[in-house]
Design a binder for this molecule. Structure first.
Ligand code: A3P
Length: 319
């Protein structure tokens, strides 16, 4: 049945205690290797609970990503597309009042907190790698939208984000050491390249079910992508809506400049969406393609690119 049993923290903790551990950018928690990816124990409890208990509805649409690939943007766009009937009314447009992360829940943290999902909203998100998604997502044939990004920008975004969630006493983690960890794949939900490849291969096998998007392409032509995403979700824009300029309105509303200037997204309050202390503003930094150039040396960039070429070789995927 659909009845979820209480989360068995003790059992999950016991399993987690047996996993291989490595030090991370955050001093307070070690990363643990679980099912071939690395993650923090607090996240893993939620992931295990989701894998055992999450029940997808066939109409659910799941926004998937590796952290720092553009998830916040994708959540906002998908939500705006779905709820566009309420979009033009400032009292009903939730994105004006809440962070995209507090609107579109993480599957792995829903299960962990025991919170109920909004049964009216067929939109959820997850960072879980494709091969380890809760079975019911694949069995129910849910539509999946995956966003990925140039690994160099993902790395810089992650490093900057880690600086914001780091325990206040801890020193900044040197860029060189952070890059070493990232290249080894030792970061939450890493290795990054394996995460991307998992969804990429699935998107080739099940193209009607999985839409694969690059952050850079989305930046380059947001208008076309919003239409494509809406079609894929099963909520295409009508000719009349297009004529009214609704697509462009959503593009503009969800732009970095627009979303990041909303009070709620500038807030220093912690988001309830994740089991770590993160200020809501931490999800908005620069929103640019190629910001890695301001941080990485040529050698560092070449090193990342070589890993990318090697890992993606023969896959048809490149950055
Ligand atoms: P930068 O750190 O490079 O600025 P995620 O949402 O997966 O955590 O990824 C965060 C990255 O997406 C950050 O990148 C953030 O600034 C950027 N971002 C957030 N909202 C965005 C938007 N509306 N448009 C474009 N980029 C956005």
């Amino acid at each position: 049945g659909n009845k979820s049993s209480p989360i068995n923290h003790a059992r999950y903790k016991e399993i987690i205690s047996t996993l291989t551990q490595k030090s991370s950018w955050r001093q307070s928690q070690q990363l643990h290797k679980y099912q071939s990816f690395w993650c923090f124990p607090t996240f893993l409890e939620g992931i295990m609970a989701a894998q055992e208990q999450f029940i997808a509805h066939p109409t659910d649409i799941i926004a998937c990503s590796h952290p720092k690939s553009g998830t916040t943007w994708l959540k906002a766009l998908c939500f705006a597309i779905l709820t566009r009937a309420q979009f033009n009314n400032s009292s009903t447009n939730s994105l004006l009042a809440e962070s995209p992360h507090d609107i579109v829940p993480w599957i792995e943290f829903l299960a962990f907190t025991g919170k109920n999902r909004d049964p009216e909203l067929p939109l959820l998100a997850t960072h879980i790698p494709y091969n380890f998604l809760p079975k019911s997502i694949v069995e129910a044939n849910c539509k999946i939208i995956y966003i990925c990004r140039d690994p160099k920008d993902v790395f810089i975004s992650l490093w900057q984000f880690a600086g914001k969630v780091r325990d206040t006493s801890a020193e900044a983690f040197p860029l060189e050491d952070a890059l070493e960890k990232f290249c080894e794949g030792v970061n939450a939900y890493g290795p990054y390249w394996d995460h991307v490849l998992g969804y990429w291969k699935a998107s080739l096998d099940f193209s009607e079910r999985i839409l694969f998007i690059k952050y850079e392409d989305l930046q380059n032509d947001t208008f076309s992508y919003v239409k494509r995403v809406a079609e894929f979700m099963g909520y295409p824009f009508s000719a009349e809506e297009e004529k009214r300029g609704l697509v462009q309105e959503i593009v503009e509303f969800c732009s970095f400049e627009s979303l990041s200037s909303l009070e709620v997204n500038k807030s220093r309050k912690h988001s309830n969406a994740v089991p770590i202390k993160v200020e809501k503003n931490a999800y908005f930094r620069k929103g640019k393609v190629g910001d890695w150039r301001n941080y990485l040396t040529v050698e560092m960039a070449v090193r990342v690119d070589q890993i990318t070429q090697q890992k993606f070789s023969g896959s048809g995927l490149s950055f």
